[in-house]
Ligand binder design. Structure first.
Ligand SMILES: [Zn+2]
Length: 288
């Protein structure tokens, strides 16, 4: 009797739970793994040819599960819309077909920033760091070491919130301007480029920051290294290398989780781009 009324129903519940969990996990996995598609062949376009429009080259398919697990970003269509609405004021890739690429690392400084710099130094290439004001004040020694080596330190908000809904002036005063000041205080340099956390920024905020002399920069290749649950070292390499295009701006991270995969993916990425005649530049250099 006990078996019939307690054990069997419990087994059925456990089975249903396992099926639901398994299906949910599989959906997340399928969403996260790189999805490649046919790219335009741009190899024979003259370097100085301007692009007709800016675009994000990596795909991100929105699923509600992403929001549950908290790793959703602004859709690539919206990033492209803003970049094409504010040419030169909001940028996601270089404006012509020169074989240049800018690697960017967000959310530091941290111990991973130092490990990343070690890799960059092996190949003698530059990169750009987008750091939050709060983290810069927490790790001023690391910030100073890297800034002193000549790497540009740019603005990535004060504490990495979703900011798109905030009043532009209030956002400037309480998040962006204070981060500029923190970076200036610690490194001696003032940022000229701003990257919104999650890529989340309103049109009004773009206009306001442009008036303050900051260019807003997101990305054309999202390495998805932030998704440590599913994206491994080889995935990062595959994503960044497959989406190679002139004027690429690559989103990567030097904090906000275990970034060993990012650090270790760098040699294969750098060697791939070098083999195809690309030059690594800072974001500022790419915008010229
Ligand atoms: Zn970030």
């Amino acid at each position: 009797m006990i078996k019939k009324f307690i054990v069997y129903p419990l087994l059925v519940i456990a089975l249903l739970f396992a099926i639901t969990f398994g299906a949910g996990y599989t959906a997340l996995y399928l969403e996260a793994k790189p999805k490649f598609y046919q790219l335009n062949d741009v190899s024979d376009v003259a370097p100085e040819t301007p692009k007709q429009a800016s675009q994000v080259y990596t795909q991100y398919r929105h699923l509600w599960l992403s929001e549950v697990f908290g790793f959703d970003q602004i859709p690539e269509d919206e990033l492209a819309r803003q970049a094409n609405t504010y040419p030169g004021g909001m940028v996601i890739e270089g404006k012509n077909h020169e074989k240049k690429i800018a690697l960017t690392f967000d959310d530091g400084p941290s111990q991973y920033s130092l490990a990343i710099v070690k890799q960059l130094e092996k190949y003698d290439i530059p990169a750009t760091f987008f750091w939050t004001g709060s983290r810069v004040l927490q790790s001023p020694e690391i910030a100073k070491v890297i800034a002193d080596k000549g790497y540009p330190i740019e603005n990535h908000t004060w504490e990495h919130q979703r900011n798109g809904q905030r009043d532009a002036k209030e956002f400037w005063q309480n998040s962006v301007s204070v981060t500029n000041e923190a970076i200036k205080k610690v490194t001696g340099t003032t940022p000229s480029v701003f990257r919104p956390s999650y890529g989340d920024i309103s049109d009004e905020q773009i206009e306001f920051l442009n008036e303050q002399g900051l260019t807003v920069v997101n990305w054309s290749i999202d390495s998805r290294d932030w998704n440590t649950r599913f994206i491994k070292q080889q995935d990062i390499v595959d994503i960044v290398n497959h989406h190679m295009h002139p004027g690429a701006i690559v989103l990567m991270h030097d904090d906000g989780g275990d970034r060993s995969n990012t650090v270790n993916a760098l040699p294969a990425i750098i060697e791939h781009y070098h083999a195809h005649g690309y030059e690594f530049v800072t974001v500022e250099e790419l915008l010229k």
